[in-house]
Design a protein. Structure first.
Lengths: 250, 278
């Protein structure tokens, strides 16, 4: 089967210093890839290279290829706005825009000129898929800032789903959340992989073990090891992977 | 010798409190003094009749029109220019020698005495462009005078919008312009309005730049090409020429009340806007 995303020799530099060093990785569709690794190992930079968010910060340059459905997203003719619609992103900290819950969900679709009549249904579907609908259905028009942190993060997920993406990038989405909110997001992700390709960066190796089909271990900007989650966690091929997973890593 | 902290603590409260008290007292004194002298003169007929005998008798209707027209024209011109410049500098350019030069230039412009703007307006708008003494010349001059304030306050307000909002907007497939329109400007609006209010305040009270560019005609203007006298100029002439100190105070009272009214209206609108958003 052809890969949904094919990353070839990807290097990302920030002010001349490599944050991501020569990574090659094939991601099949409808699977969850967990990315684990210690702090500043390049996980977030890697994720942000896949929807070209890095380039919003001056000083970033990327080399190599990232093929989405066979097309190089770094090609000068590639439409970056269309890319971000196809490759949605949920950030580490929940950042609801200071708008109502409803307006947060329809922010992206409205920009694309989606017709008003279909928005109500889209909001309901997206919030249901993010396991938030029952908690907010009676106050869709109140401010999203009044939601709890866990609810806000699920709203951010719903907002991403409302774009109708093909790939979802999640950057440590549960880092600030309580266990119940974390469980809800993990449950949502497990159900969502039937329709999306998901990449989940996490600082919590157990979370990768719970939800990821495949896991990649990053260290200092390099991909150390990549394989089916079960195999990687039970029989890591690289000693460093084993050390990190078992917590022996300094 | 070291003074014990509890004494320095008390001394700080006393000194800071005294500074505040003095400031408020001076402000209140000025307002009470002017209103005390001016309010007895103020009446609906004073506001809404034409002056007679150079302002010795009659009302101040044309100067009321001038005081409304000039700041309004200035704001209508300066707000889009200033906010546009601020958006361009903050959202569309990276910090460089050019942007620093532009910022330095606007800061210098903000410090230039208003009479210099008046002189410039007189030479450029009134004479060179043959606009004459008119609402148009005065409005344009005031617009350039308040432009730096609007640019700098708008810039600060735009910078204060969290970067994460922009990131979210981009990640949801927004273009830069859509991000500016939907996320940056709505969240910067309270700060931008503050800058515009400062601009209105400055242009309502401006005298020197206005005499040079809008003239001091006491006739009712019929278009923006007519000369007009604002309340500040009227007050200046009445007091300076010794025409009528009574009517001068009446005009001053009307001026103070209109500045207060503008500020109150702006606060009310802003609170309504903020309440609706949260």
């Amino acid at each position: 089967m052809a890969a949904k995303i094919s990353i070839q020799d990807l290097t990302v530099n920030f002010e001349g210093r490599p944050l991501i060093d020569d990574i090659t990785l094939e991601l099949p569709a409808n699977r969850i890839l967990g990315i684990i690794g210690p702090a500043s190992s390049g996980k977030t930079t890697f994720l942000r290279a896949l929807n070209r968010m890095n380039e919003l910060t001056p000083g970033f340059t990327a080399a190599g290829q990232v093929l989405l459905d066979g097309q190089d997203i770094y090609h000068p003719d590639y439409d970056v706005v269309a890319l971000r619609k196809k490759v949605g992103m949920v950030f580490a900290l929940p950042v609801p825009l200071p708008l109502s819950i409803y307006e947060n969900v329809v922010y992206g679709p409205k920009l694309q000129g989606r017709h008003k009549n279909s928005l109500d249904r889209l909001v309901e579907e997206s919030l249901k898929a993010a396991f938030l609908w029952d908690e907010v259905k009676d106050r869709l028009h109140s401010s999203a800032l009044r939601l709890s942190g866990g609810q806000q993060q699920r709203l951010c997920l719903a907002r991403t789903l409302a774009l109708g993406p093909e790939v979802i990038l999640l950057d440590e989405p549960c880092s600030g959340l309580d266990p119940i909110s974390t469980a809800k997001i993990e449950e949502a992700l497990t159900l969502l992989k039937d329709r999306y390709t998901i990449i989940l960066v996490t600082n919590n190796t157990k979370q990768a073990a719970r939800v990821a089909d495949d896991t990649a271990f990053f260290l200092m900007g390099r991909l150390v090891e990549h394989g089916p989650t079960e195999r990687l966690f039970t029989a890591p091929r690289d000693r460093r992977t084993g050390d990190y997973i078992t917590g022996r890593f300094g | 010798m070291r003074i014990p902290p509890r004494y320095t603590h008390r001394a700080a409260i006393a000194v800071l409190g005294a500074a505040t008290l003095l400031t408020v007292a001076v402000l209140v004194f000025i307002i009470v003094f002017v209103l005390n002298k001016g309010l007895p003169v103020l009446s609906l007929s004073f506001l809404f009749t034409n002056p007679q005998d150079m302002g010795r008798a009659g009302g101040i209707l044309p100067t009321l029109v001038g005081t409304l027209a000039l700041p309004l024209l200035a704001i209508v011109i300066a707000t889009p220019l200033g906010v546009g410049t601020a958006v361009f500098l903050t959202e569309y350019t990276q910090e460089s020698a050019t942007t620093m030069a532009i910022r330095f230039g606007t800061d210098c412009l903000a410090g230039i005495p208003s009479i210099i703007f008046g002189l410039f307006g007189y030479i450029f708008f009134v004479t060179t462009l043959r606009m004459g003494w008119s609402i148009l010349s005065g409005g344009l001059t005031l617009a350039f005078m308040i432009l730096p304030t609007i640019i700098r306050t708008s810039e600060e307000a735009i910078r204060a919008v969290p970067a994460s909002y922009r990131e979210v907007s981009f990640s949801l497939g927004a273009t830069r312009w859509q991000t500016v329109r939907k996320v940056v400007l709505p969240n910067a609006l309270p700060g931008i309005v503050t800058g515009v209010m400062l601009g209105i305040g400055r242009s309502i009270g401006e005298t020197a730049a206005v005499i040079f560019t809008a003239g001091a005609s006491l006739r009712m203007p019929h278009s923006i090409f007519d000369s007009v006298r604002t309340m500040s100029v009227h007050f200046y002439i009445l007091a300076r020429e010794g025409i009528s100190s009574q009517n001068a105070y009446g005009t001053a009272a009307a001026l103070i009340i209109s500045v207060l009214a503008v500020n109150l209206a702006a606060y009310w609108l802003m609170n309504r806007y903020l309440a609706r958003r949260s």
